[in-house]
Design a protein. Structure first.
Length: 508
């Protein structure tokens, strides 16, 4: 009798009509960001040939998007909590589409850098808003776990679709086409989202503190820039100064949040072991996997001689594994435990990375594909459950800011991973001994060595390619081994940090 008097607390009573259609709109936004993050790497050689950027300009074309998006995630997530997540999502998606056109038709390196920076501003509005809207659309925890799994699966699928679609477009059209594919996705997202997405916001948000926004932006950009520049060019005084200024800005940001009555980001969230443990697991996982993500495409194309489209297809097992695991992760975490699923997934990724230390130039695809499938399954389990833990740990009103913390952990993990593991690969690669007449630039990257070989006699070119490819594979071994150690250590840490953590079973 008592249960019939409390229908508001049953799962059926809180299931919003049209929520699954709304989720379809949200995953389109995720697809936009995931695809754009992967296609630029394929298009970079074509952009270089057309726009003739300097080495520094080329680095900024590749990095400025991630710098800006990392620096603005927390601020944009908090802004969505204040002005409305639907409003900021649809506005950001519209801007993302328009700025994609500017990227496609950029005529100078300077314009391309500006376009990539503006695209980062628009991209920073999308990911936190999508997760926050999922938190407010799905009040039944089991449905929310499935929705988060679909969200994560779409992000994984987007990282696979990007290289495949980008490789196809680059083989048939000019490089700007890889940006124009954003337009139809954006159009569907906005037109359908206007009708299906509910508006949600924090009813008592407080002001959007511009000093906190500036400190967050300066802090994250300063730290990420310092890490990437140190890995690429070594530690210099300007890089050290940027890193110290960034760290000081982050300290100022934290202090300001602790003293404000309505902060941009409630730092008390980190007192919850489940929340902080999930964020730390995400950061270290992305850090450990960055070596594989960053260097695998080069291995497939420059070592094994695959075309861009074929290399994109070769990476597909990781996405397939992540999609399948993401859809089953919530159910698995409830049947076993959060820490068992997260730690088990991370351990699986670590062991798969360890097997890649046996790669050589002629390794057959079945072995590589199997390792990538395990990486995808493990990452899908871990990322889906940690995202669910983060969303479940905070009130609905703070969902945007909490989601932004999760996304910032990904960006910082990627920056640190590429910097640290990239420096390991670069150090191992630069030491190779080439034949007489090997130009100095051939020691900078495998791509430069391949290009240099085209201007050398066949016998000498063959020696150079063999030496440089062997050195690159050796560096990949070191990066994979280091990544495996990071992932296995993170699996052990997650086992303790997520002790007693459970996903909700009853509706709010």
């Amino acid at each position: 009798m008592t249960r019939t008097l409390q229908p508001a607390h049953t799962a059926e009573a809180v299931k919003r009509p049209g929520r699954w259609l709304a989720l379809c709109v949200l995953v389109l936004a995720v697809l936009l960001v995931a695809v754009d993050a992967t296609v630029l790497g394929l298009a970079t050689p074509y952009i270089s040939e057309d726009l003739h950027p300097s080495g520094t300009q080329l680095l900024w074309i590749g990095d400025v998007y991630s710098f800006v998006i990392a620096g603005l995630l927390v601020s944009m997530g908090s802004l969505g909590d204040r002005i409305g997540r639907k409003r900021i999502l649809l506005g950001g998606a519209t801007a993302f589409g328009a700025i994609s056109v500017l990227n496609a038709y950029a005529t100078t390196p300077e314009l391309m850098i500006l376009a990539r920076a503006l695209l980062g501003v628009a991209g920073a509005t999308l990911m936190p808003a999508t997760l926050a809207l999922i938190r407010n659309l799905f009040h039944d925890p089991r449905e929310r776990s499935l929705a988060v799994g679909i969200w994560g699966a779409t992000a994984s699928a987007g990282t696979a679709v990007g290289p495949i679609a980008g490789g196809f477009l680059l083989e048939h059209f000019w490089w700007g086409s890889v940006f124009l594919i954003n337009l139809p996705v954006m159009a569907v997202l906005v037109l359908v989202g206007i009708r299906t997405l509910p508006e949600s916001r924090n009813p008592h948000p407080g002001p959007w503190d511009l000093l906190s926004v500036a400190a967050s932006l300066a802090g994250v950009i300063g730290v990420v820039y310092a890490v990437k520049e140190t890995a690429t060019h070594g530690l210099t005084w300007p890089t050290l100064a940027a890193g110290l200024l960034g760290a000081a800005a982050l300290c100022g940001f934290v202090h300001r949040q602790l003293t404000m009555p309505t902060p941009l980001l409630d730092m008390r969230l980190f007192r919850q072991r489940g929340f902080s443990g999930a964020v730390l697991a995400d950061l270290l996982t992305v850090l450990g996997m960055s070596g594989l993500v960053f260097f695998l495409s080069q291995y497939l194309q420059l070592v094994q001689g695959r075309h861009p489209f074929e290399a994109g297809l070769a990476e597909l097992p990781a996405a397939v594994g992540a999609v399948a695991a993401g859809l089953a992760a919530g159910r698995a975490a409830r049947r076993f435990s959060v820490r068992a699923v997260v730690s088990g997934g991370l351990a699986a990724v670590g062991l798969a990375l360890a097997t890649l230390t046996a790669l050589d130039r002629s390794t057959g695809y079945p072995a590589l594909g199997a390792a990538l499938l395990v990486v995808g399954v493990g990452a899908g389990l871990s990322f889906t459950v940690t995202a669910d833990v983060i969303l479940s740990s905070v009130p609905k009103e703070q969902a945007g800011a909490a989601s932004a913390v999760s996304e910032t952990a990904y960006e910082l993990g990627a920056a640190l991973g590429i910097a640290l593991l990239g420096s390991i690969v670069t150090a191992a690669y630069r030491g190779f001994t080439g034949p007489a007449g090997t130009p100095a630039q051939a020691h900078e990257s495998l791509g430069a060595a391949v290009e240099a070989a085209t201007n050398m006699p066949p016998h000498t070119a063959g020696e150079l390619l063999n030496a440089s490819r062997d050195a690159f594979v050796h560096g990949l071994h070191l990066a994979s081994g280091t990544g495996a150690a990071v992932l296995l250590g993170t699996a052990v840490a997650a086992w303790f940090l997520l002790r007693g953590q459970r996903l909700e079973n009853t509706a709010e």
